[in-house]
Design a protein around this ligand. Structure first.
Ligand SMILES: [Zn+2]
Ligand SMILES: [Zn+2]
Length: 394
């Protein structure tokens, strides 16, 4: 989808439309992407402020049903924003879901099947099923795993402190420049210094912290274009708001190593053994632009309206399976079926030969990933295998 969107944006900057030409030239020259609102205003022929399949073409048409989350046949500003929000900051090198990758498979690399015994079975809805699924032109036997994406082996939260005098045990963590910071009342009170920007003020005169403490507040503040009234808020969505959502993970039983790395597609990048989703990097630019922060809890997770509780960092809180040698424990699976392992081995050493995705291979485990440092805002950086996908049913 990332690749698709880049194509869309490129396409749009190339479409010639008299009224907007000057504006587009400007965007082109400073490298800015058109916003979702601009996308709509430029393609919306009948001016109903949403896009039908007849109004779009090229990649946006090809990916129409994926972008149209509620399947009503129209792409709304909100749906396009959702895609834009999932756009990572670095340029795509991978491929989209429609590309045929059969010629990319490299069978010379040892791979190890997904072991479903590692999952906490009470957290899986209806047991793990097997199904043939076409992934990028390749018929692939996949596990279908449905969960409510809720942690059971550790508490979820806390995230935001309630008063600027609250200690760090009342709140979670935040990160900047690869470093993890404990959030406390003091941390919230000093965000203006932390970001060298005096527009930060997440607390009231009486010292109480402005927290989104309703489901409505959470939804309004968790959008990429944060509602005016929720700017300068500590964003905290509770797991119970979205506890009935079902997340489906479709993961190849036997991972297929590809010669080229792949960017993340729609949805999550993997699953922990408790059934909670590992998500791509949190969109910190969008969050900070509205002077909001959405702290992670001490376990590296927080909640959003699209899939509930999910992790952006691995902190060693979830179920892991120790290895018989000195290698670090396995903590979950990536969406391509390769195992994700902890960063440090039993002797406290970190691997030194990781590739650009955070993976490498050995004779026991075949190709596998190691989770990044918690402050890095990415569990793994890309995929080296044929990707399955996740879906969320609200
Ligand atoms: Zn998140
Ligand atoms: Zn390893």
């Amino acid at each position: 989808m990332r690749y698709t969107l880049l194509l869309i944006f490129t396409l749009l900057t190339l479409i010639s439309c008299k009224e907007n030409k000057e504006k587009k030239e400007r965007q082109k020259s400073n490298g800015e992407k058109p916003s979702s609102a601009q996308l709509i205003s430029e393609m919306d022929d009948n001016e109903d402020e949403k896009l039908s399949i007849n109004e779009v073409k090229g990649p946006i048409a090809e990916d129409f049903s994926n972008i149209d989350k509620d399947d009503d046949g129209f792409l709304t500003l909100e749906e396009l924003n959702q895609v834009e929000k999932n756009q990572p900051n670095r340029p795509p090198r991978g491929t989209n879901a429609n590309k045929d990758l059969s010629s990319e498979i490299d069978t010379s690399i040892k791979v190890v099947d997904v072991n479903t015994d590692f999952f906490i079975s009470e957290n899986i809805i209806g047991g793990i099923q097997k199904q043939m699924v076409e992934l990028n032109g390749i018929e692939t036997l996949c596990y279908v795993i449905k969960t409510n994406s809720q942690a059971t082996e550790h508490q979820m939260g806390p995230w935001c402190p309630r008063h600027i005098e609250d200690g760090m045990e009342k709140a979670g963590i935040w990160f900047k420049d690869d470093k993890v910071y404990d959030v406390s009342g003091h941390f919230i009170a000093n965000l203006d210094e932390f970001y060298s920007d005096d527009k930060w003020k997440l607390y009231r005169e009486d010292g109480t912290v402005k927290v989104t403490d309703t489901k409505e507040g959470c939804i309004a503040a968790a959008k990429p274009e944060v509602d005016e009234e929720y700017q300068n808020y500590c964003v905290e969505c509770l797991p119970e708001y979205f506890k009935d959502q079902v997340t489906t993970f479709v993961i190849p039983v036997t991972p297929k190593y590809l010669k080229t790395t792949q960017s993340f597609g729609r949805g999550g990048i993997g699953i922990a053994f408790n059934g909670v989703k590992y998500d791509p990097p949190a969109p910190t630019h969008a969050i900070l632009a509205a002077h909001t922060i959405a702290p992670l809890d001490d376990h590296g997770g927080h909640v959003n309206p699209h899939g509930g509780y999910h992790y952006h960092a691995v902190t060693g809180s979830t179920k892991e399976i120790a290895q018989s040698d000195s290698h670090s424990s396995i903590i979950g699976y990536a969406i391509d079926g390769f195992g994700i392992y902890g960063l440090t081995d039993k002797n406290g050493n970190k691997p030194t030969d990781l590739d650009e995705c955070g993976g490498h291979f050995d004779d026991v485990r075949g190709y596998h990933y190691h989770a990044g440092e918690p402050g890095g805002n990415q569990v793994i950086k890309c995929l080296h295998g044929l990707s399955g996908y996740t879906e969320v049913k609200e």
